[in-house]
Design a protein around this ligand. Structure first.
Ligand code: CDP
Length: 231
């Protein structure tokens, strides 16, 4: 069966990565979490005093970019591929609220995007890929055969992310999670380079009222139809 490219974009905590992963597993495709790459660069920037509450040294970030090496690796007993930053597995660390606070400013930097987009396009060369992010259907794979754009209310999304962080044992307040989601939505949609927008040919799904199973079936049907050339 011929393979296609599936691009899933949307707002933070809309369940993009969950559905992208389910779809990739079902179809035997590769799943790429592009947000994990921006998060890993952010972790590196935090560790190297490039970004903090009162400081963002953009020139230093551009200088050290070539020394950042990112790759994904999947072991058979892991649910998904982990992102490795300069040889170290940082999959867990990149999900904390500190990284979430600084990732959107980091993702506005053109040079960061150029580097990561090139690597993402390389990973999709052979098709059979499901990638989720903010600019996948618009910039990374503008010719993707299937583009999905996911949305849900900010409150619903913050509830989901709050629960996720609690499950991971993090001590967080709901209001800070909601604030982070709203701030990131604002930066991601208003930045100059590759803002989060729905591609003209993307199919929008609002999953505020959908459970994971319903959502998967909707997206899977779209993918099957696209692969079979029905739509
Ligand atoms: O998990 P969540 O949906 O909250 O975010 P993520 O997919 O891990 O992405 C984290 C941040 O990286 C986003 O808020 C964007 O600022 C940035 N990002 C981006 O600019 N472009 C992408 N393709 C993916 C993520």
């Amino acid at each position: 069966m011929h393979k296609i490219t599936i691009a899933i974009d949307g707002y933070s905590s809309t369940g993009k990565s969950t559905v992208a992963k389910q779809l990739a597993d079902y179809l035997g495709y590769v799943y790429v979490d592009s947000g994990a790459m921006y998060r890993a660069v952010t972790l590196y920037a935090i560790q190297n005093d490039i970004i903090s509450k009162n400081n963002f040294n953009i020139e230093k970030l551009k200088e050290i970019l070539p020394s950042i090496n990112l790759r994904f690796e999947k072991k058979s007993d892991w649910k998904k591929a982990h992102v490795f930053l300069n040889g170290k597995d940082v999959e867990n660390e990149i999900r904390n609220l500190e990284v979430s606070e600084f990732v959107s400013p980091i993702a506005t930097i053109h040079e960061v995007r150029v580097k990561l987009v090139a690597q993402q396009q390389q990973m999709g060369l052979e098709k059979g890929v499901v990638m989720d992010g903010r600019d996948i259907g618009t910039v990374v794979f503008p010719k993707a055969e299937l583009k999905i754009f996911m949305n849900a209310s900010a409150n619903e999304r913050a509830q989901r992310r709050y629960q996720e962080l609690l499950d991971r044992g993090e001590v967080v307040e709901f209001k800070n999670v909601l604030k982070n989601i709203e701030e990131r939505d604002h930066i991601d949609t208003t930045r100059e380079d590759s803002p989060l927008i729905k591609a003209a040919d993307a199919i929008e799904i609002d999953n505020s009222e959908m459970n994971l199973e319903d959502q998967f079936h909707v997206v899977l049907q779209l993918a099957k139809d696209r692969i079979a050339g029905r739509i």
